[in-house]
Design a binder for this molecule. Structure first.
Ligand SMILES: C[S@@+](CC[C@H](N)C(=O)[O-])C[C@H]1O[C@@H](n2cnc3c(N)ncnc32)[C@H](O)[C@@H]1O
Length: 178
């Protein structure tokens, strides 16, 4: 199983049925987007860097999430994935802008899956642009009244994108609007 198929992502993808509209914010290379598309969902993948994978069910938008949020959208998303992205924003912006704006673009029983870090990896990244760390409890507090389907916080050694071994401190939640 590829390393990105974390317990979190395995559970998130198992909750998706074909034909759902899934938003993948900070989609990166598209490794999760392609797995979601292969389940038969339409994926709306946003990243400030150019797309790497292509699939007929994936629509890429190459722009910063902050800019994307300002564009009107008629699509209502059934599920939102944020895998290793919220740490690049401040807590105030995530709480006050990102989540409220996304809530306007989602369906009534929308799923949100968020995976991030609750503290610096060890050793820390050399040129880190990380603005915030989140415990699983802090992530859950972004969704008061939503049903929690997954909550995890754990530390594990793993190779980073360059192959360097680090101790990562991951937090993750999956919630559904009620
Ligand atoms: C750590 S990677 C995670 C990629 C993917 N979600 C995954 O788990 O494989 C973070 C991604 O967020 C993107 N990113 C960072 N800040 C962004 C922003 N403000 N707007 C859009 N994309 C951003 C980067 O280009 C990068 O592809």
């Amino acid at each position: 199983m590829p390393a990105f198929m974390s317990e979190f992502f395995t559970q998130f993808i198992s909750l998706l049925q074909a034909n759902l509209n899934v938003l993948d914010l900070g989609a990166g290379s598209g490794r999760q987007a392609i797995a979601i598309a292969q389940r038969g969902c339409k994926v709306w993948a946003v990243d400030k860097n150019p797309a790497k994978v292509q699939h007929k069910l994936i629509t890429w938008q190459t722009l910063p999430i902050e800019t994307w949020l300002q564009k009107p959208s008629s699509t209502r998303y059934d599920a939102v994935l944020m895998n290793n992205i919220v740490q690049f924003f401040s807590k105030g912006w995530v709480t006050g802008v990102l989540i409220p704006e996304l809530a306007k673009r989602t369906t009534d029983r929308c799923l949100f899956g968020i995976r991030t870090f609750f503290k610096l990896p060890e050793p820390a990244f050399e040129n880190s642009t990380v603005l915030s760390y989140w415990t699983a409890q802090e992530l859950l507090s972004l969704f008061p009244g939503w049903k929690c389907l997954h909550q995890n916080q754990q530390s594990a050694a793993a190779a980073d994108m360059t192959g360097r071994e680090r101790l990562f401190h991951n937090s993750s939640i999956i919630v559904q609007q009620q």
